[in-house]
Design a protein around this ligand. Structure first.
Ligand code: SAH
Length: 251
């Protein structure tokens, strides 16, 4: 059996209890070495076989999974954050389906949750933004025509950009051209939840300058939107006048 496990955003204690147990039971661990905290490997058994997928192709990863299956071993495929976000798990799953190998997926704390936690923000504030756009700038990996940053910017929703630190100039330009004003608050979180985490809150108009000055070129999230500011409305859920399924309001 292959278990895809979300390692969490970095801090060792941000893996789920289920994920930790799966790691403790694994005979083989294939981890995404570019971003998974190697301290997590200490949860694995002493004789566990460990592979760093940063040095492997998809075919090599699958070959190790097949070999583990043939020997009746349990494999954990450890992905950073949550495997469903830019995790490249679908191509592995399709190969496993084709080979008739069983798998399951254990979710993880994505880095965009860890970033919100360290910034002390809520992505969805009443009257400000009720939507979160998770996207990336177009670089070597193309983005479908209907998903250009400019078109997303027209919504002025909260936006989180993965994999885009090296393209910050383009991000800033396209988001402003698309409709966010240059004074829209923007934040950068580098290595959210790691011990060397860094965070900066600025404006969209000063985003590139801030990231260049702080020398942030990788392992960072860019967060844009008025939810980083101070204006919002209170929620209805906890409003004394508002009746809910659980509580009678005064109006
Ligand atoms: N599955 C992962 C994302 C993998 S894509 C998740 O759920 O978080 C890799 C990108 O994620 C990086 O380029 C960076 O933009 C972001 N990232 C991953 N871990 C991060 C962290 N701890 N802090 C900030 N950004 C992070």
């Amino acid at each position: 059996m292959i278990h895809f496990v979300g390692a969490g955003s970095g801090a060792v204690d941000l893996i789920t209890v289920r994920g930790q147990r799966l790691l403790e039971n694994a005979d083989v661990v294939i981890y995404a070495g570019s971003l998974v905290n190697p301290e997590l490997l200490e949860y694995a058994k002493k004789d566990c076989k460990i592979f760093n997928s940063a040095y492997m192709t998809l075919e090599e990863v699958i070959a190790e999974m097949v070999s583990a299956e043939e020997n009746g071993l349990e494999t954990v495929r450890l992905h950073t954050g949550d495997p469903s976000i830019y995790g490249a798990i679908r191509e592995q799953i399709d190969e496993l389906e084709r080979l008739g190998i069983k798998y399951d997926i254990c979710p993880g704390v994505s880095s965009f949750f860890a970033a919100a936690a360290t910034l002390g923000i809520e992505y969805t504030l009443p009257d400000v933004s009720q939507s979160l756009i998770i996207t990336r700038a177009e670089g070597r990996t193309p983005v479908p025509e209907g998903e250009k940053l400019k078109s997303f910017a027209s919504h002025q929703s909260t936006m989180v950009l993965f994999l885009s630190s090296g393209l910050v100039g383009k991000v800033q330009k396209e988001l402003i051209e698309g409709g966010y004003s240059p004074d829209t608050p923007a934040a950068v979180v580098y290595k959210a939840s790691w011990s060397d985490e860094k965070k900066f809150v600025t404006t969209l108009g000063r985003l590139e300058e801030t990231m260049k000055k702080e020398n942030i070129t990788k392992t960072a999230l860019i967060i844009v939107g008025k939810v980083l500011g101070n204006e919002y409305s209170r929620s209805n859920l906890y409003d004394g006048e508002f009746t809910t399924k659980y509580r009678r309001g005064t109006k």
